[in-house]
Design a protein around this ligand. Structure first.
Ligand SMILES: Cc1ncc(COP(=O)(O)O)c(C=O)c1O
Length: 380
């Protein structure tokens, strides 16, 4: 192998990638618990409050369905995910051909980007939105316009001002990750009515099940009105199946057909399909999970206030906690106390940590660790 003596990096000898590939800032996922434990040599109990997973675990019904399916793992899955899509179509009263299933909802975001974006085309989103739309745009070779938020929420008027002939996709995470805030029905109604027909609006509702506000807009309503809207949901959050990778989208059948052309065959495993179908029916588990988050959020917000730490009011299963100082030191101190949270520097918030709402015990341990960490940092 050739070595460039100036920086000791091996010189590139393979085929040149497309220029946009070089520019991609890869998505940095939260580290799995095993990796953090290994890297830091942590011992004892660890609480992972980093990736907005369900602390109650998978639905027992999903686990039972999975166990039954294990003996069939030598068979490829059903490529069309028919059983799961049919269930989703019935649940959401949507046409079957408009229901898409992905290897996580990130898969569907990437598919939409690959289907609609390329040179001379734009995706418009907000600064601080979920990063996958930006990654997908870069992979497709399009341009991503990031519009500043207003009071930690999507600024829909400014987003609209950035929509031009070049725009193919507007991506709104509602609620936003990592901010945890939403736009309401009146605001989104107005936005959708003003959005031109050559634009696909993706509304990513990964945390929708946690929201009880009657002002929360269910973007499926726009799909039903035949607007160019793709609504995304996931089994990774309230359904507790993040490890299986399964998410879904609902849109107009014509759009689903176009986007589906770039889908990889068998993109959703057998295990994921059966578990998701069973989890969808486990309304008791969903309700228990939602309630846990509701109570946990109230507890955490009250305790953060007591510790005089600012957090952005959240509608989701996580809170964005803002410190007066760079959050990296707090993050590391928390890790030494056995609590793994998430830095959000890559979203433009160097002073904040995103903390997943855990079980009551996990929340208590986090608050105790945070109190201790802040005391230690004060004295340094
Ligand atoms: C807004 C948003 N969309 C999508 C995802 C990813 O979902 P999935 O696990 O289905 O790919 C996340 C995960 O954190 C998210 O916050």
């Amino acid at each position: 192998m050739l070595v460039d003596s100036r920086n000791e990096e091996p010189a590139w000898t393979g085929p040149a990638p497309r220029p946009n590939i070089e520019a991609i800032k890869p998505y940095k996922p939260g580290k799995p618990i095993e990796q953090v434990v290994r890297e830091l040599g942590l011992r004892g109990h660890i609480d992972k409050l980093a990736s907005n997973e369900n602390p109650l675990g998978p639905s027992p019904k999903a686990l039972a369905a999975l166990r039954k399916e294990l003996k069939n793992l030598h068979y490829y899955p059903e490529d069309s995910c028919h059983v799961l899509r049919d269930k989703l179509a019935k649940r959401f009263k949507a046409p079957l051909d408009g229901v898409m299933v992905g290897n996580g909802s990130v898969d569907i975001i990437l598919q939409a980007c690959l289907a609609f974006l390329g040179p001379e085309t734009d995706l418009v989103t907000s600064v601080g939105s979920f990063v996958m739309a930006k990654v997908g745009t870069a992979v497709a070779g399009g341009r991503c316009l990031e519009v500043p938020t207003d009071e930690y929420r999507h600024d829909l008027d400014r987003i609209l001002e950035n929509v031009t002939e070049r725009t193919r996709i507007v991506y709104l995470d509602n609620p936003m990750n990592p901010l945890g805030t939403m736009v309401n029905r009146r605001e989104l109604d107005k936005f959708v009515s003003r959005l031109p027909d050559h634009v696909l609006l993706i509304v990513d509702e990964a945390y929708a099940e946690y929201i009880t506000s009657r002002f929360y807009p269910r973007a499926l309503d726009y799909v039903k009105k035949k607007r160019n809207v793709l609504v995304l949901r996931t089994f990774s959050k309230v359904y507790g199946l993040a490890g299986l990778r399964v998410g879904f989208g609902i849109t107009r059948p014509e759009l689903a057909g176009t986007i589906g052309k770039v889908r990889l065959p068998f993109n959703v495993s057998r295990a994921a399909q059966v578990a998701a179908a069973a989890a969808l029916d486990d309304t008791a588990h969903v309700e228990k999970s939602r309630k846990l988050v509701d109570e946990g959020r109230k507890y955490l917000c009250a305790e953060l206030k007591r510790l005089q730490v600012f957090n952005i009011p959240s509608l989701t299963n996580f809170v964005l906690v803002n410190f007066a100082v760079n959050a990296q030191a707090v993050f590391e101190a928390l890790q030494r106390h056995g609590v793994i949270t998430r830095t959000v520097r890559q979203y433009g918030f160097p002073n904040a940590l995103r903390v997943t709402i855990g079980t009551a015990d996990q929340n208590k341990r986090f608050i105790k660790a945070l109190g201790a960490a802040l005391e230690q940092l004060k004295t340094q």
